[in-house]
Design a protein around this ligand. Structure first.
Ligand code: PMP
Length: 397
């Protein structure tokens, strides 16, 4: 039966981590990862999370099944985080949310739902994008195309190219948009650019699918939701995948959500009924732990403010590392201006290093980055940043 099965290509980023683990150099640094490490180089367990977990253990709650769409309190809290607590759309019953297995699970149930609704549609993702976007939508049966996004020459967005591509798509094309902290580049649209995107998406009747996996890692919880709220204010119907993997440091608990904004309450009920079929036939209902913990933190005023403070610390530490990297490269006499790293947002930076320079960084300095030049700024810390600056300065000579 399985004799003809071919070996699938290795995941490039996980492959890099395997190589890193096998490296025996004591001063090695892994900047290829996609997680936030604290200054001690560890994945933090947030205090607010620990308290909510303790309360849950103390309550010794039974582990019955959740509803297909997940915990109602969690789903409501997700909507408020995305659209604002006073959102008229939530009040009107136009928003429906399903708790999902991380942001990936949200994209997948959204993709499966869309495949039944608009089977002929193409899906457009940014060039470049999170590497799983293409695979995920292709596996769901869609043809995936790229719209121009990153401009290597300016370390910014090729906005004219992006808009021209959006204007050229037929109505009903699904457009996946990184709402903030673009992965892999770190380069985001400005609020004014979002206004233009919303205008084009509306005029061309495209289907917006917003992916927000780093809310709070850019400029703050509300500031990072600017794109989501602009789409909401424009009266559009759209999809949002969101994730607490990073903002709650709950990677392995798989806590995310798919939210859809429908035209009215009746439509919202019908859409939810179909989404539940997608979920029911995939994994039936989501797990209890992560959703319960996140809901507890978001709805308890004390835990919530503690979480917001901890999220702010993560955000500020990343910013400080960006600034330190830029300053330290300058100190080492690097001629290239790395100031663009300060303009980028979130965990990642397209550093501008070539694949050959990335190879030298790894081989000669034990510093691991993705071959595209993507580095995880959230993996820098006060102990490894000098070695990283030394390595980058050396490969740029
Ligand atoms: N979307 C983007 C843009 C991401 O970068 C990621 C994770 N790295 C995800 C979705 C998926 O997040 P999760 O780990 O919660 O599945």
């Amino acid at each position: 039966l399985f004799a003809a099965v071919e070996l699938a290509p290795r995941d490039p980023i996980l492959g890099l981590t395997e190589q890193f683990n096998a490296d025996t150099r004591s001063n090695k640094v892994n900047l290829g990862v996609g997680v936030y490490y604290n200054d001690e180089g560890r994945i933090p367990l947030l205090k607010a999370v620990r308290k909510a977990e303790q309360a849950r253990i103390d309550a010794a709650a039974a582990r019955g099944y959740l509803p297909i769409e997940g915990l109602p309190g969690y789903n409501r809290a997700v909507q408020e985080l995305l659209l604002g607590a006073d959102s008229p759309l939530i009040a009107a019953g136009r928003v429906l949310t399903a708790q999902s297995l991380g942001g990936t699970g949200a994209l997948k149930i959204g993709a499966d739902f869309l495949k039944r609704l608009v089977p002929q549609a193409k899906v457009a993702i940014s060039d470049p994008s999170w590497e799983n976007h293409r695979a995920l939508f292709e596996y769901a049966g869609f043809e995936v195309v790229n719209y121009p996004y990153y401009d290597a020459a300016t370390h910014g967005v090729n906005f004219a190219g992006m808009i021209a591509a959006l204007e050229g798509y037929p109505a009903g094309t699904v457009v996946v948009l990184h709402a903030c902290c673009h992965n892999p580049t770190g380069v985001d649209l400005t609020a004014d650019q979002w206004t233009k995107v919303v205008e084009v998406v509306k005029a061309r009747r495209l289907i917006p699918f917003l992916d927000i996996a780093y809310q709070g890692f850019g400029d703050g919880i509300d500031a990072d939701a600017t794109a989501v709220r602009q789409f909401a204010d424009a009266g559009l119907t759209f999809l949002i995948s969101s994730s607490f993997s990073k903002s709650f440091s709950l990677y392995g608990e798989r806590v995310g959500a798919l939210s859809l904004v429908a035209a009215d309450k009746d439509e919202s009920g019908r859409v939810l009924s179909q989404l539940k079929r997608v979920i029911r036939t995939n994994y039936s209902n989501p797990p209890t732990h992560g959703g319960t913990v996140v809901a507890q933190v978001l709805t308890s005023p004390e835990l919530r403010s503690e979480w917001e403070a901890e999220l702010g610390e993560m955000r500020e530490r990343i910013r400080a590392m960006r600034a330190a990297l830029v300053a330290k490269l300058k100190e080492r006499g690097v001629a290239r201006d790395f100031g663009f790293v300060m303009q980028q947002r979130g965990m990642f930076s397209y550093s501008g290093l070539t694949a050959a320079q990335v190879d030298r960084l790894r081989e000669e300095h034990g510093i691991y980055a993705v071959s595209t030049g993507r580095i995880c700024v959230a993996a820098l810390n006060s102990r490894n940043i000098d070695a990283v600056a030394d390595g980058i300065a050396a490969v740029l000579k």
